[in-house]
Design a protein around this ligand. Structure first.
Ligand code: ADP
Ligand code: MG
Length: 620
């Protein structure tokens, strides 16, 4: 047989290598920013267009390249950063594989302009898919500008695989955050489609965090410092009460390089144990300095995974350092996350003096005497369990009804009858007094009777479904109700959160939110949907943004869906909330008026039915 093995031409090898290094525009951003940092730049500009699909450009004031270097930099394994394998264990630079530029040049159009300090003029090079189209002399300041245009122009499959511009932009912003946090002493500017997203001056680490995540970040931060022979730890953790539902702000930097490490992440979680609720995520910004010889960052082309020589020691140090910080800054003992809102004194009761409870005894009551109906004496003999501190909830179901009902009138209770109705419910009528046939079990379920037996409804999921359909409807029909706030609320957000807000603003308006001015780091809210209590606005927006960051796609429909889901999740009653009879009945009615009443918006069953037959079987 003839020889069949051939060496791949360079441009093909580069394209293959590009598959590993460049997944999306954000990967290009990472490589270019890191090259600029390695070149000793003190000011770096990042310019992107259309989520980086048409343009990613990085302009730096670093050392620049000579004409020969400029040309060589696009060759595979061309690097100025290491010379021998030993150098791999003494790395002080971000790059070292010499692959990035060669890979990017294989799958995009490149325009490079660069000049070193001591040259009079610089070099401009144009490349398309590994092919150098032109090389010229150019007048340009010291440093390098590298523009990457039409990414994946020659690999349509990869290009089609890219997400919407806004999703790609978010990935880019994530990379930008990582580099910016790892290098607070470098000034960074970031523009998207001509508008400035970030302008980060040279600063210290704390200021950098605040400049990126907004002023409100400052009060959350607790400093962490420790110096041992193995590792120097510095940075900040966020106070436990600011833990989030999404894994938002969690950053490890090892020798100024952003890394992902499940193991170290676990060490942080262990330190927070008992201080935050299950399912919540603490924020952290931690720098670890270790001997470059004790780590291996060469295990992945994008260099975000890392192997430590002595992980166990690192784990122990990290955990105890963070525990120490939490204790030292008095964060741990003041916490009471199990605090239950339901036990709080309603505001209107705060200044009232306590009154002796009146006990009304039915002196005629004789348990051995048969009675036709259960008899209750006097008013207020049944404690009123209506949730006092959530008027928003009441307003949903008790519109127009007096806040305090005089008594729960068991006399009106209609018991099982043979009368047949069209509904599955017994004795259903528009009159909410049918409330009496429901009751709440374990502050979690609403139990009600139906013709064939009974239904046990999960109150939280039922309410989620009701609200979800309501919000979707108001988005689709554009007929949202809104309650005007007496005083507009100012909320501060990070620039990227503001970005997302702008993106979802129109849909939020159709849900009943009314916006005032939106600046680069604050948003004015003038009105909210009827169910939203003023005090909850901030937390609702926090959750909303966290959910959107993860889930929102490009098209309007899925955006409305994500928003409706996020809102119904934060606004729905929860397990533990006490509902009075009226609200229980209203919830049941509303649930069964829904288009889909069996599963929650998150695809969980809402209720189970238990038939008389099922019950009979238990008695055999
Ligand atoms: P690596 O960073 O792994 O060395 P790259 O392909 O990213 O590989 O870059 C190749 C070489 O090009 C670098 O080693 C560096 O010498 C040079 N280079 C790339 N970007 C810049 C820049 N912005 N300023 C100066 N030199 C650069
Ligand atoms: Mg590089």
């Amino acid at each position: 047989m003839a020889d069949i093995i051939k060496l791949l031409p360079d441009h093909v090898a580069n394209q293959i290598a590009a598959g590993e290094v460049v997944q999306r525009p954000a990967s290009v951003v990472k490589e270019l920013l890191e090259n600029a940092i390695d070149a000793g730049a003190t000011t770096i500009k990042l310019i992107v267009k259309d989520g980086g699909k048409s343009l990613v450009q990085v302009v730096d004031n670093g050392v620049g390249m000579s004409t020969t270097d400029a040309r060589l930099s696009f060759e595979r394994h061309a690097t100025s950063k290491i010379q021998s394998a030993e150098d791999l264990f003494n790395l002080n630079t971000k790059g070292f594989r010499g692959e990035a530029l060669a890979s990017i040049a294989a799958i995009a159009h490149i325009e490079l302009q660069t000049k070193t300090e001591d040259e009079e003029v610089g070099t401009a090079i144009h490349i398309e898919g590994s092919k150098i189209n032109s090389q010229e002399v150019v007048v340009t300041p010291k440093g390098t500008s590298l523009a990457v245009k039409h990414l994946f122009f020659n690999i349509p499959a990869r290009r089609n695989f890219l997400k919407s511009d806004s999703v790609e932009l978010r990935h880019i912003t994530d990379e930008f955050h990582r580099v910016a946090l790892a290098h607070p002493s470098v000034a960074l500017h970031y523009y998207n489609n001509g508008s400035e997203l970030f302008n980060l001056p040279q600063s210290n680490f704390r200021q950098r965090i605040v400049n990126i995540f907004g002023k409100k970040a400052n009060e959350k931060l607790v400093p962490v410092t420790e110096e041992t022979q193995v590792v120097k730890v510095s940075g900040f953790i966020c106070k436990p009460e600011f833990a989030k539902k999404s894994r938002g702000e969690q950053y490890f930097f090892v020798n100024n390089r952003f890394v992902k490490s499940h193991y170290l992440h676990h060490a942080v979680l262990a330190a927070f144990e008992g201080l935050i609720k299950q399912g919540m995520h603490p924020g952290y910004f931690l720098n670890l300095e270790v001997d470059p010889g004790s780590i291996d960052i060469n295990i992945h082309p994008t260099k975000t995974e890392i192997k430590f020589d002595d992980e166990q020691t690192l784990y122990a140090i990290l955990r105890s350092t963070i525990k120490h910080s939490l204790g030292q800054f008095n964060v741990a003992p003041t916490l009471d996350f199990e605090h239950n809102n339901n036990l709080e004194t309603p505001y209107s009761y705060k200044n009232k003096s306590a009154v002796l409870p009146k006990v009304v005894v039915d002196s005629t009551f004789n348990p051995f005497k048969e009675e036709a109906k259960p008899k209750r004496s006097g008013n207020n003999s049944i404690p009123n369990y209506k949730k006092q501190n959530t008027p928003s909830w009441e307003s949903l179901y008790v519109e127009g009804a007096p806040l305090e009902r005089e008594s729960t009138n068991f006399g009106n209770l209609s018991f099982e009858s043979e009368v047949s109705t069209e509904s599955i419910f017994e004795g259903e009528s528009k009159d909410l007094d049918t409330a009496a046939i429901t009751f709440q079990l374990k502050r979690k379920y609403i139990v009600t009777t139906i013709k064939s037996g009974m239904v046990v409804i999960n109150q939280g999921r039922a309410h989620q479904r009701v609200l979800y359909e309501r919000f979707l409807r108001s988005v689709t029909l554009n007929e949202a109700l809104s309650q005007q706030l007496l005083f507009p609320i100012q909320l501060s957000f990070s620039a990227s959160e503001i970005d997302i807000l702008k993106e979802i603003k129109n849909n939020l308006i159709t849900m009943g939110f009314v916006f005032g001015e939106i600046s680069t780091d604050t948003v004015e809210i003038n009105g909210v949907p009827p169910l939203v209590a003023e005090a909850e606005v901030l937390s609702i927006f926090d959750e909303l943004l966290a959910d959107c960051q993860q889930n929102i796609g490009a098209d309007g429909f899925s955006q409305a869906d994500v928003l409706s889901k996020a809102l119904c999740k934060s606004l729905a009653v929860k397990t533990g909330d006490i509902l009075d009879n009226l609200s229980q009945a209203a919830l049941v009615n509303d649930l069964f008026a829904c288009t889909e009443s069996t599963v929650s918006p998150f695809n969980k069953p809402i209720y189970v039915t238990i038939t008389e037959n099922d019950i009979d079987k238990k008695f055999i």
